[in-house]
Design a protein around this ligand. Structure first.
Ligand code: NAD
Length: 376
């Protein structure tokens, strides 16, 4: 028996944030980071809450790639407030932190009076799709742990393109490649379905159609809206179909060497596509056929499966080059000696990552190590 779940109501497009002005609640607890306060995005939310007569408090101590201490701190503050609505305003780091705080608080407290608050996720990057996923990625020391529970799914996702205008070009590139990786990995996942395929195909087209415009001109609201939608659509695909070893390798790499999540995916993605498609071998497995199908959809040369896979890999690399992304792990400033010293640890983490079992091709420790070396 299979299941496909889409939980949150999605408010999207220009002025989607006005949804806040129409809410009724007593007390909103806003989880965010300092950049949201600095760029005035938190004000956009609090102004609308004030218009609706809703009191609010703010927890803005979330850092990129949040760790357990940020969750414990958030729990302590939220615990005293009994909010009836929680608003996560930020990138994947903030939304994941809010998810983990809500989950931990409502699963550790045995308080019958505690009603789960309405949970509203407002992404300010177009990348993780966390606003529609049942995942939360939290760091414990240098390991990124993926929590999975439908309890963490937001009730409402607000996709307002005006909130992503301020994302700098390099973060636009990183997060945009994250969207592409979600769509590609969901599409070839062992648990892909007709439902997730439709979403993944659309997300791939939106990324190749609009990411470069967002990178070149962050104020292009048409392109920003398309990428914001792509991120959410890819999220709907992978929360159901799961992911693959690009993510497993990226979680470990990002956790150990502090490389932003989307950039880590971008560094590994083309090598993983070649590996999954068995490009060095027969290149006729199901994953290869699926990559070739995506290439055909993008009007890339794909008269044979192999040509389609090669075209897709080339298109990924061209997109990265056009956005001046680092060509290898070394180009991110990672020292070769440190890389070799931590390789075994990263391979171990990648092997036990929750994204590995759904990768289309079985992978061994040796092959994971090879993929890291190829990407260095
Ligand atoms: P992020 O949330 O870490 O944000 C990156 C940087 O961009 C931060 O400094 C942030 O302050 C800044 N920023 C965010 N919005 C901005 C805006 N509008 N203007 C200017 N600056 C802005 O980056 P992310 O890629 O969105 O999230 C990455 C995290 O999400 C990682 O921990 C990753 O593992 C996790 N993740 C979660 C899921 C999921 O399903 N839950 C999926 C993929 C990744």
């Amino acid at each position: 028996m299979n299941q496909f779940l889409i939980k949150p109501k999605v408010q999207f497009g220009a002025n989607a944030l006005d949804f806040i002005s129409q809410m009724s609640a007593h007390h909103a607890f806003i989880v965010t980071d300092r950049a949201m306060v600095k760029f005035g995005l938190a004000d956009e939310v609090t102004r609308r809450l004030t218009q609706s007569g809703i009191a609010f408090s703010i927890y803005d101590d979330v850092e990129p790639d949040p760790d357990i201490s940020a969750i414990v701190k958030g729990m302590k503050i939220m615990d005293k407030q009994y909010p009836d609505v929680v608003i996560a305003l930020g990138g994947g780091s903030v939304i994941d932190a809010a998810k983990a705080v809500i989950y931990s608080l409502w699963h550790t407290k045995k308080d019958v009076n505690r009603v789960k608050p309405q949970f509203i996720a407002i992404p300010t990057t177009s990348g993780t799709g966390s606003e529609v996923t049942s995942f939360s990625v939290i760091k414990s020391q240098s390991e990124k742990l993926v929590l999975v529970d439908e309890f963490m799914l937001p009730d409402v996702a607000i996709l307002d393109p005006a909130l992503v205008k301020s994302v700098p070009a390099s973060i636009t590139a990183d997060t945009g490649m994250d969207v592409l990786c979600h769509a590609l990995e969901a599409y070839v996942s062992r648990t892909a379905s007709d439902f997730s395929d439709a979403l993944a195909e659309k997300a791939v087209q939106l990324v190749f159609g609009h990411l470069i415009d967002c990178y070149r001109d962050g104020s292009n609201l048409v392109a920003r809206e398309k990428m914001h939608n792509a991120s959410c659509i890819a999220g709907m695909a992978f929360t159901n179909a799961s992911l693959g070893i690009t993510h497993s390798l990226a979680h470990a790499l990002g956790g150990v060497f502090h490389i932003p999540h989307g950039r880590a995916n971008a560094l590994l993605m083309a090598q993983v596509v070649a590996f999954n498609a068995d490009l060095e071998g027969r290149c006729d497995n199901e994953a290869a056929k699926r990559y070739a199908h995506l290439a055909k959809n993008l009007n890339l040369p794909a008269s044979t499966i192999r040509e389609g896979v090669e075209s897709l890999i080339m298109a990924i690399n061209v997109l990265k080059d056009e956005m001046n992304m680092p060509k290898g792990i070394q180009a991110t400033g990672t020292n070769e000696f440190d890389f070799n010293a931590r390789l075994g640890e990263m391979v171990g983490q990648a092997l036990r990552d929750s994204c590995t079992p759904t990768n289309p091709r079985d992978v061994s420790k040796v092959q994971l190590e090879m993929l890291y070396r190829q990407s260095f």
